[in-house]
Design a protein around this ligand. Structure first.
Ligand SMILES: C[S@@+](CC[C@H](N)C(=O)[O-])C[C@H]1O[C@@H](n2cnc3c(N)ncnc32)[C@H](O)[C@@H]1O
Length: 275
């Protein structure tokens, strides 16, 4: 895979907010509409919607994780929008009436728990996507983003695999199975999930971005959090993570260095469907 090209759009280390802005920019927003964000996390998509639509829209954000709901509520403290509600809720069982929303956003909640993107087959019920379709109004639009590729995280994983062997923590045949730390999906598979739920007028494409880390330490800081398999395998032990950092940093990452910064590719699938 090509390391970087200057023509790629650049995202910052606050990439959730950058990708949310991109998703909202690409969506067809209904003025004064009723808008739901499924798996809202820190509320990035709703912040971007609020910036575009102003005060007259009604915003709802749901997430299964209560901490995320608190973060999202905090983010909206300084935003002059009264009609925003956050609720803990699972996307597989949305507590809304049929045909409730003009626009639905759903950023990076991951569908690899229901669909195998290598064999393009369902492995469980398509409940999340069907629920999103159910609560969308006829004529409304749902907008999704999901990962196609994260070079920074896959690089960390590759170096971590070498470390596990070097330290005799795992055997060669065990390292292949360690998680990639994110839900890696495909345009073809995602389209099948949307079609199965009933969406029509599907627009779907993948877009490459470059992410720039100012230093190797900045890269590591983000990887320690997002390449979670490292933390998980080392039982969250700070000493082990420090040892990993010492061993991992001098290797491999230097090939991504350009003019003192570290540049990696991130590819995102954007998908839009109507009811
Ligand atoms: C990677 S974060 C992305 C957050 C936000 N959508 C964004 O684009 O920045 C994914 C979020 O989806 C939530 N999530 C995952 N599966 C969910 C489900 N079944 N129901 C509700 N929330 C879910 C997670 O708790 C997490 O906050």
């Amino acid at each position: 895979m090509k390391k970087e090209t200057n023509s790629l759009s650049t995202v910052s280390v606050n990439y959730w907010s950058d990708f949310a802005k991109e998703l909202v920019k690409l969506a067809t927003l209904t003025l004064d509409g009723k808008i739901l964000d499924v798996g809202t996390g820190g509320g990035a998509c709703l912040v971007a919607v609020a910036e575009n639509l102003g005060e007259n829209c009604q915003l709802f954000g749901i997430d299964k994780n209560g901490n995320k709901i608190s973060q999202a509520r905090n983010k909206f403290k300084d935003i002059a929008i009264e009609n925003v509600k956050f609720q803990i809720m699972d996307a597989t069982n949305l507590k809304f009436e049929n045909n409730s929303f003009d626009n639905i956003f759903c950023g990076f909640i991951g569908f690899s728990d229901v669909f195998d993107f290598e064999s393009n087959r369902f492995i469980d019920k398509n409940a999340k996507m069907k629920e999103i379709f159910r609560v969308l109004k006829p004529g409304g639009e749902a907008a999704f983003s999901t990962w196609a590729y994260q070079q920074d995280i896959e690089t960390a994983r590759g170096l971590f695999q070498k470390y596990l062997i070097y330290k005799n923590i795992k055997k060669l045949d065990e390292i292949e199975n360690i998680s990639i730390s994110y839900s890696k999906e495909s345009v073809e598979g995602f389209k099948l999930i949307m079609e199965d739920a009933g969406f029509n007028k599907i627009r779907i494409f993948s877009k490459d971005f470059q992410i720039i880390y100012k230093s190797i330490e900045e890269w590591w800081e983000i990887m320690e959090n997002s390449a979670w398999i490292m933390r998980y395998t080392l039982n969250h032990d700070p000493n082990k993570l420090n040892d990993l950092k010492k061993n991992i940093l001098p290797q491999g990452v230097e090939t991504f260095k350009k003019e003192g910064e570290y540049i990696f590719q991130k590819s995102v699938i954007f998908a839009f469907g109507s009811k």
